[in-house]
Ligand binder design. Structure first.
Ligand SMILES: C[S@@+](CC[C@H](N)C(=O)[O-])C[C@H]1O[C@@H](n2cnc3c(N)ncnc32)[C@H](O)[C@@H]1O
Length: 208
């Protein structure tokens, strides 16, 4: 495939390098070709495959769903009677067969919209906006992971999967200890589509 070259006019070297790497990235190109809204879609495809997760008529809750790549993958790999619900603070362009809700996950329990729903899979690919302040960003990340785990704990059916983005070097030890109370078979997995230089990895756990 022909490499895309970026004209340097008015662009800093680092942003030119980033853009060039992004546009020539294998998964970015594949996502455009297959109509996925994000290159992250391939991370979830690889996780589902690695853990032998079959969706069939699953009811899936996708936390931090924008622009919709993970919801698309879940819809595509499930049967037509599946139910996919995605939530994000950002608006998401509609996709047939998927329900998108726009609100802050931190208000999930006050919101009460999905309070009594039970899911077969809870996904979280959430990442907070970075402030540039290391400690603040770290706390925001931990906070999102904690709330995602709490939502998964309250809304997942028994023996069903929670898949959550976490960051290596964060409070992984404490998270593991907390999760052990309500989840089994807790594993960490970094799919090939996740960039090597990124500290992100994924936690896969089964509800007790
Ligand atoms: C990496 S993106 C998710 C990409 C998605 N999995 C896909 O494949 O299209 C992370 C998302 O988390 C969302 N997010 C971060 N904090 C949130 C919060 N408190 N409530 C809802 N969404 C949040 C962001 O708005 C962003 O869209």
């Amino acid at each position: 495939m022909k490499k895309i070259k970026i004209k340097k006019k008015n662009k800093k070297d680092t942003s030119v390098k980033w853009l060039s790497r992004h546009l020539n990235d294998e998964y970015f190109i594949k996502s455009k070709k297959l109509g996925y809204r994000s290159r992250s879609a391939f991370k979830l495809i690889q996780i589902y495959k690695k853990f032998n997760i079959h969706l069939q008529s699953a009811k899936v809750l996708d936390l931090g769903a924008a622009p919709g790549g993970w919801s698309q993958v879940s819809k595509k790999l499930s049967t037509p009677d599946s139910q996919i619900i995605g939530i994000d603070i950002l608006p998401i362009k509609p996709i047939k067969g998927i329900e998108f809700l726009k609100y802050d996950i931190l208000e999930f329990f006050e919101n009460k919209v999905l309070e009594h729903e039970k899911f077969d899979i809870v996904l979280s690919d959430m990442a907070p906006n970075t402030s540039g302040h290391k400690n603040t960003d770290h706390l925001r990340i931990i906070n999102l992971i904690e709330i995602a785990s709490e939502i998964a704990n309250k809304t997942l059916k028994k023996d069903c999967y929670f898949i959550c983005k976490v960051f290596q070097g964060g409070a992984q030890g404490k998270l593991y200890e907390d999760l052990k109370k309500n989840f089994n078979k807790i594993k960490y997995y970094k799919p090939e589509a996740s960039r090597k230089e990124s500290a992100e990895t994924y936690l896969i756990a089964k509800k007790k």
